[in-house]
Design a protein around this ligand. Structure first.
Ligand code: ZN
Length: 476
C-alpha cells in the first residue's frame, strides 16, 4: 500500500499549486514531454490519441458544413507576409524566418507559417475567377510556429498543431454569417465532445486577430478561474482579398473582391480539457475524446476463468465500438486503479470470481459517482449508457462552476476583487482603448469577449456611458 500512496502523491495539490499540478499531470500521464528546442513539445501517443479523436470529430463537422481538406506549404515568402499591413505587424514578433538553405543564403527569406491567410490568399487569388467559383471552403490540418517567450505544454508552445479553415464569399453578409456559424460549430463541439461549457462572443479591437475586421472567440473557465481562449473565428472583410487579389467576375459582369473569413482550434484544446475537468487524482477525460474509454481490471486474475472472461468482455465492448483496454499487467488491482484514475479513463470495470458467479461487472466512474453493477449480458449497452451519463455530468458540473463564478463589477476595485477570487467579471466598457489598457494594468485581466445578454450602464474604468458589456478575466 505504501507504493500506491507514493504514486498518488507524485501529483502536486490541485488547490494549492495548480501550475505544478498541471505540469505533473501532463508529464506523468505521458501526454507530452519537452522537446530539445526550448518551447517545443513532443506529443506522446496518449496525448496524440486525444488529438486524433478531436480531429475526427471536427473533421466530420467541417465536412458537413461544406469544407474540403487541403494542404498548403509550411514556408511562406516573406513578401507575402508584408502585403497585409496589420497582419505583418501583429505577427512579426513571433515569426521564425529561414534565411539559409542548401548551404546558401536565400535570395528571399522564408517565414515558417504562423498562420496561413497569406499563402492561402495567394492561391485563392489564382483560383477564383468567377462568381461560379464561390463560395470556396477549405480546411487544413497542420502545424504552425509562433516564437513564444514563455511556454507551457499544450497552452503555449512555439510549434503546435491545429486546423485552419479559410473561405471566400461573394458578399460580406455571407462571410459574416459563416464566421458566426463556425463559432457555433466550435461551441457545439466543446459541449458535446469536450463536455466543456464556453462563453462565446466578439472580441475587442485590441484582442482581435491581426488583419481581421472582427474576431469571435470561445472562452472556457479553467479550474483556477482563469480563462482559456479555446477557438476563434475571424471575419476578414476584404482586407486579405485586396492584399492578395482575390477577385471575381460577378453575375453583373463587374469585377469584385471576395469577402474572406478564417477559423482555428489547436492542441490547446487538450490543455483546456485537462484544466476544466482535472481533479486531485489527475486527469478526467471526456468520454467522446478519451483514448481509452473503459479499462477492465481483473480481480484475483489468477483464479480460473477470470482472465478469459475479461478478454471476452473486452472483445465484446471493442466490437460494439467502445475504446477499451484490458490491464492484465502483474501490478496489483489497487495500483491499476490509481494509474488509470490518474490517466483520466472515464470508466473502470472490475471483474473477479464473485462477479462472474453473480453474472455482473462492477462499474466505477472516474467522475466520482457510486460504483454500480451491470449484468454481463448487457455489457455494451450498459457501458454506453454510463459513458453518456459521465459526459452529461462532467458538462453540468463544469457549467455550474462557471456560472457560479461570473460576477459583475461597477468599478476597477470590484473587478480586481472578482478576478482575484477566480471569477470571470462582467463589466461595462466605453469602447476606448485606454480604459481597456487600464483594466490590464490595474487587475492583470484582459477583455475576453462581449456579452450580448447583458447591458451594463457605465464603463468600469472611466464611469462614462458603456458601449459594450465585456467579460474580463485573467487568461492563459
Ligand atoms: Zn471608459
Amino acid at each position: 500500500m505504501a507504493k500506491e500512496k507514493q504514486f498518488v502523491e507524485q501529483i502536486a495539490d490541485i488547490e494549492t499549486d495548480f501550475p505544478q499540478w498541471y505540469t505533473d499531470v501532463v508529464l506523468k500521464t505521458k501526454l507530452v514531454d519537452y522537446g530539445p528546442v526550448k518551447g517545443t513539445m513532443v506529443i506522446r501517443p496518449y496525448g496524440y490519441a486525444i488529438w486524433e479523436n478531436i480531429q475526427r470529430e471536427f473533421d466530420a463537422r467541417f465536412k458537413t458544413n461544406g469544407y474540403e481538406n487541403a494542404y498548403f506549404p509550411l514556408l511562406i515568402p516573406m513578401s507575402f507576409m508584408t502585403k497585409e499591413a496589420e497582419h505583418v505587424e501583429g505577427f512579426a514578433p513571433e515569426v521564425a524566418v529561414v534565411t539559409h538553405a542548401g548551404g546558401e543564403k536565400l535570395a528571399e527569406p522564408l517565414c515558417v507559417r504562423p498562420t496561413s491567410e497569406t499563402i492561402i490568399g495567394t492561391m485563392y487569388g489564382k483560383w477564383v475567377e468567377s462568381w461560379r467559383d464561390l463560395p470556396v471552403r477549405m480546411n487544413q490540418w497542420a502545424n504552425v510556429m509562433r516564437w513564444e517567450k514563455t511556454t507551457r505544454p499544450f497552452l503555449r508552445t512555439s510549434e503546435f498543431l491545429w486546423q485552419e479553415g479559410h473561405s471566400v464569399f461573394a458578399t460580406a453578409e455571407e462571410a459574416e454569417a459563416e464566421t458566426q456559424k463556425m463559432l457555433r460549430v466550435y461551441e457545439e463541439f466543446a459541449k458535446n465532445c469536450l463536455c466543456m461549457p464556453v462563453i462565446t462572443g466578439r472580441k475587442t479591437e485590441k484582442e482581435k486577430f491581426a488583419g481581421a475586421v472582427a474576431t469571435y472567440g470561445m472562452e472556457a473557465m479553467m479550474h483556477d478561474g482563469k480563462s482559456l481562449q479555446s477557438g476563434t473565428t475571424h471575419y476578414l472583410g476584404q482586407n486579405f482579398s485586396k492584399a492578395f487579389d482575390i477577385k471575381f467576375t460577378d453575375k453583373d459582369g463587374a469585377q469584385k473582391y471576395g469577402h474572406t473569413m478564417s477559423f482555428g482550434v489547436s492542441t490547446r484544446l487538450i490543455g483546456a480539457i485537462i484544466m476544466t475537468h482535472g481533479d486531485e487524482r489527475g486527469l478526467v477525460l471526456p468520454p467522446p475524446v478519451a483514448p481509452v474509454q473503459v479499462v477492465i481490471v481483473p480481480i484475483a486474475a489468477k483464479k480460473e476463468g477470470v482472465l478469459e472472461a475479461c478478454a471476452a468482455l473486452k472483445n465484446g465492448l471493442a466490437e460494439a465500438g467502445i475504446r477499451v483496454k484490458l490491464d492484465d499487467s502483474d501490478n496489483s488491482p489497487g495500483w491499476k486503479f490509481n494509474e488509470w484514475e490518474m490517466k483520466g479513463v472515464p470508466l473502470r470495470i472490475e471483474l473477479g470470481p464473485r462477479d462472474l458467479e453473480e453474472g455482473h461487472m462492477v462499474c466505477a466512474r472516474r467522475d466520482g459517482a457510486e460504483k454500480t453493477f451491470v449484468p454481463l449480458s448487457e455489457a455494451a449497452a450498459g457501458v454506453r449508457r454510463i459513458l453518456a451519463e459521465v459526459s452529461e455530468n462532467m458538462y453540468e458540473k463544469a457549467k455550474a462552476r462557471m456560472e457560479s463564478r461570473i460576477v459583475n463589477a461597477q468599478s476597477l476595485e470590484e473587478l480586481l476583487r472578482g478576478v482575484d477570487g477566480g471569477n470571470f467579471v462582467r463589466a461595462g466598457w466605453c469602447g476606448c482603448r485606454a480604459c481597456e489598457d487600464k483594466v490590464k494594468e490595474f487587475a492583470q485581466a484582459t477583455s475576453r469577449v462581449f456579452d450580448q445578454t447583458h447591458t451594463a450602464k457605465t464603463c468600469v474604468t472611466c464611469g462614462k456611458e458603456a458601449v459594450h458589456t465585456v467579460f474580463f478575466a485573467r487568461a492563459y
